[in-house]
Design a binder for this molecule. Structure first.
Ligand code: F6R
Ligand code: MG
Ligand code: MG
Length: 387
């Protein structure tokens, strides 16, 4: 086993839920589990854990087939298909919602499910944390990832631990234009922040340790509205982070979620709200279909086997974070349909709002502003063709 690379794949989809978009039905979890159990018996995967966060069905799998393995992706697709059959039989809400295509074509990326996978040589003790969020988008992990891997006020190890002191490399995706840039921290911290402060567009995809290039984190970057060209449910991203022994400690990683920062999502994928860390028992969205939530499951991986999980946010130490999240939720809700509770116009393009605005188009008449507005769109259009 020494030196052998193990892969952890977290693949998720909303294939229907009970009472609207509230939570996954246990029978769909069973249906998906049966498919994965059979694959384990055949040796396709080494181990698995199936769970849910809100209305998203989560497949956590370990295997030796590397990232983007067609066999693993097909397995996940089949598990979602079987779960969808059950969802349809039970008349669950939005059954099959995230399966945007009818036929599998080698990779689930771009077909609706969210995917985070990483491959590494297992350390003698290999702690990993799987984060799963509901009612938000992949960029929701930008702020905590920055804190975990680049902020010494969050992660003491950046200062104290010589194995981390060189810093980390952030791989940032431009999900509008399909481009990627790698930025080194701490040297390029300000450049990194200049991008990832726009989380709807710039998404941290991976983080590597600078000294040896070891992978530390990976995020599912699929944005459903950009895949479908319209609103088809929120992305509800997942993330895998490796911990300890030269990576941030479990407590440093969790600390980044002690601030319930504002993320895009919530009701109709159209509102900002606080990201509330919760245990599995509270992983279900209620108030105004939210507020957005995140669960953290800790595992050890041994000889490719998942040992665990530990339900890491199921702890009183996060009670104050949750209380603050509730207060922020209440404050934002008072804004009703006004920004900044409701998302800005670029993001609302993908919702049904443009249809409503279309009706008013012909009602507008010319008005004298007293000046000719000179509009700029530099943040939206940065590609050479737009300059
Ligand atoms: C957000 C979400 C829900 C729905 C809302 C309306 O990710 O899933 O907030 O957008 O409940 O759902 P429909 O349009 O299915 O009635
Ligand atoms: Mg749903
Ligand atoms: Mg969801």
């Amino acid at each position: 086993m020494a030196g052998q690379k193990v892969t952890i794949s977290v693949i998720k989809a909303d294939i229907g839920s009970i009472a609207g978009h509230h939570k996954v039905h246990p029978d769909t979890i069973l249906a998906a589990s049966r498919v994965l159990a059979e694959a384990k018996r055949k040796g396709v995967i080494k181990s698995f854990y199936v769970t849910h966060v809100g209305d998203d069905l989560q497949l956590i799998m370990t295997h030796f087939k590397g990232v983007d393995s067609p066999e693993i992706h097909e397995l996940a697709w089949n598990a979602f298909k079987e779960a969808t059959k059950v969802a349809k039989e039970l008349g669950l809400y939005a059954a099959g919602q995230d399966l945007l295509s009818d036929a599998f074509s080698g990779n689930v990326r771009g077909m609706g499910p969210g995917v985070a996978e990483m491959e590494f040589v297992e350390r003698p003790a290999e702690p990993v944390i799987v984060f799963m969020a509901d009612k938000t988008e992949p960029g929701a992990f930008n702020l905590p990832l920055y804190k975990i891997f680049a902020d010494p006020f969050n992660t003491a190890g950046l200062v104290i631990d010589p194995r981390m002191h060189d810093g980390f490399v952030f791989e940032v995706l431009d999900v509008y234009e399909g481009r990627m840039v790698k930025l080194n921290t701490p040297e390029e911290l300000y450049d990194l922040l200049a991008l990832i402060g726009t989380p709807g567009r710039y998404v941290i995809k991976r983080v590597y340790r600078k000294s040896d290039g070891e992978i530390g984190a990976v995020v599912s970057s699929e944005r459903l509205n950009l895949i479908a060209g319209k609103y088809v449910g929120k992305d509800d991203p997942v993330m895998i982070v490796r911990a300890q022994s030269g990576f941030p400690a479990v407590g440093e990683i969790l600390e980044a979620f002690s601030f319930p920062h504002l993320v895009a999502g919530w009701m109709r994928g159209s509102h900002h709200g606080p990201l509330m860390p919760v245990g599995l028992k509270d992983a279900k969205c209620t108030r105004f279909d939210g507020p957005p939530r995140v669960v953290a499951l800790g595992f050890q991986i041994k000889n490719g086997e998942l040992i665990g999980p530990a339900d890491l946010f199921d702890d009183v130490a996060f009670d104050e974070t949750r209380r603050l999240a509730q207060q922020v939720a209440e404050y934002l809700r008072r804004h009703g349909p006004f920004m900044p509770h409701r998302l800005g116009p670029e993001e609302m393009e993908y919702t049904t709002l443009p249809k409503v605005l279309e009706k008013l188009k012909d009602r507008f008449v010319k008005a004298d502003l007293g000046y000719q507005p000179k509009l700029k769109r530099s943040e939206e259009l940065t590609g050479p063709e737009h300059e």
